[in-house]
Write a protein that binds this ligand. Structure first.
Ligand code: ZN
Length: 501
């Protein structure tokens, strides 16, 4: 057994090396690579991805997993070895069900769709991408059908991002959340909007980067095992537990953009930096699902970063960094500005209260498209109508309507969006559990101390990597099931102090 386990680990490590080398190419492509490198870089990346995939679907891995199964069953469920075999088997079975020929075709199609989207969006021309999106829908259905026996056709696609969640369970959570959010948005937006002009002054890039970096370090992001660079679309990427990097972008006429996106990405990165180094080089080294990952970025960005306690600690420092811009702005004004609620068009710019409405309608469109209830041709009109109904704003064009997110144009339709809202729901649930263990956390945040919260997260969530599914993690941490109650309570308490509810 020992020998077989070692062989499995050796093979997985080699696959991980290929994947991480590819990650480095992707990081470089998104940060420092000169424009001229794009074409060859696409090829380099594709070759590494193919080699890693070929090594992973090798029948020898299937045999090793079969032979190790009795050993896994003799061990406690949460032991490292049993978990390694369980998690690897899950991924192996998923990877081997999809024929390599299909993957090759899909990748080629996705690259083309993405290319056309980059032109169609600025041109505000949905008809240019429509035939390709129709093909993406076909591919997405075909992909789901490699996993027969599902309750809803979207379920296998959800599994890729949020393993174990289903259309039925997510729809129930989302319906409850929507029922609570719609009147909340109504009540808040009928009141005078917050004045956020203090954020819309000139804030030089170098100073924004310096203070963002400082804040990320104070929160607990370890710069000895990471770094911060500039990019177009902020992201976090890990090469090992010892090297987890983040990126951001700066708008010199908008203060919040860089700062809160650094806190967001640092939240993702602290999760990856907190994984037990023993899991390095295995499929368990990394966050367990899109939802749990997003719960950590959102916990740090919103629940901590946009809280009154954190603002009380951090705002005087921010004023010192920007004396001419913020010197005369009271804390209360700044706090209201960073928590401004408004009906808006763009998901990624949306505030905490309206954000989930943007996500939920996308999730419902994915289901309707996959079911065949909605055609790609009718999608732009359906999009406008849903924005009018749910967000209370009519998109003036497709550019900032149905064409705004890259997900469907570079991936598949199904499973791409639910993780954002699951992340919000989970962020409050986990934070509530942390407060039960350490009620002093908010007063520590006010004093600029974050280690109690950070250590609780490492101990209960981060160190496990993807040993446990999201459901298992919630069960262990909270004793119950994923539910929206704590998140709704969080929003009502916070926004009840900012607005008259
Ligand atoms: Zn994120």
């Amino acid at each position: 057994m020992e020998k077989k386990l070692q062989e499995l680990k050796t093979r997985l490590l080699e696959i991980d090396d290929l994947n991480k080398a590819n990650a480095m190419l992707i990081w470089d492509q998104s940060t420092y690579m000169p424009e001229g490198g794009a074409q060859a870089r696409g090829r380099h990346s594709a070759t590494l991805a193919r080699l890693a995939q070929e090594k992973f679907v090798d029948p020898a891995i299937g045999r090793l997993l079969d032979e190790l199964q009795p050993y896994a069953e003799s061990l406690p469920y949460d032991s490292d070895d049993a978990s390694l075999i369980r998690v690897t088997r899950r991924e192996y079975e998923r990877a081997t069900r999809i024929p390599p020929k299909f993957i090759g075709e899909l990748y080629e199609h996705q690259a083309k769709a993405y290319q056309v989207w980059t032109e169609a969006r600025p041109a505000n021309d949905f008809s240019r991408i429509q035939p390709l999106l129709e093909k993406t829908l076909d591919y997405s259905r075909q992909m789901a059908d490699y996993f027969p026996g599902y309750d809803h056709i979207i379920d296998p696609l959800i599994d890729f991002a949020d393993y174990g969640m289903k259309a039925s369970s997510i729809s129930a959570l989302f319906a409850e959340l929507r029922r609570e959010l719609m009147p909340l948005v109504q009540v808040i937006t009928s009141q005078p909007p917050a004045d956020d002009s203090c954020l819309r002054k000139h804030y030089p890039e170098a100073e924004q980067m310096a203070i963002s970096k400082k804040i990320a370090a104070i929160l607990g992001y370890d710069f000895k095992r990471g770094r911060l660079d500039l990019t177009h679309h902020p992201f976090e990427i890990n090469f090992s537990v010892g090297d987890v990097r983040i990126t951001t972008r700066v708008k010199e006429n908008l203060l919040g953009e860089c700062l809160y996106s650094v806190i967001h990405e640092a939240g993702h990165a602290m999760y990856e930096q907190g994984v037990d180094p023993k899991l390095e080089g295995t499929p368990m080294c990394g966050g367990t699902s899109a939802g749990v990952h997003e719960s950590q970025s959102r916990l740090w960005e919103n629940i901590v970063g946009r809280s009154l306690e954190f603002t009380e600690f951090f705002y005087p420092r921010l004023q010192k960094a920007f004396p001419s811009q913020l010197g005369d702005t009271p804390l209360e004004t700044f706090y209201r500005a960073i928590n401004k609620v408004e009906r808006s068009l763009i998901r990624t710019d949306a505030d905490e209260v309206t954000y989930n409405l943007h996500v939920m309608l996308r999730f419902e469109f994915e289901m309707a498209l996959l079911e065949g209830q909605l055609s790609v041709r009718d999608l732009p009109e359906a999009w406008r109508e849903r924005y009018r109904q749910d967000i209370g704003i009519l998109p003036p064009d497709d550019k900032d309507g149905v064409l705004q997110d890259v997900h469907w144009y570079a991936g598949v339709i199904g499973g791409s969006f639910q993780g954002y809202t699951l992340g919000n729901i989970l962020s409050a649930l986990f934070y509530q559990a942390a407060l039960r263990a350490h009620p002093e956390i908010p007063s520590e945040i006010r004093r600029g101390k974050f280690d109690k919260l950070h250590n609780w997260l490492i101990e209960n969530i981060y160190r496990h990597g993807s040993k446990f599914t999201a459901d298992e993690l919630v069960q262990r941490v909270d004793g119950g099931k994923i539910r929206v109650g704590p998140y709704i309570q969080y929003l009502k308490t916070k926004y009840g102090q900012l607005y008259t509810l």
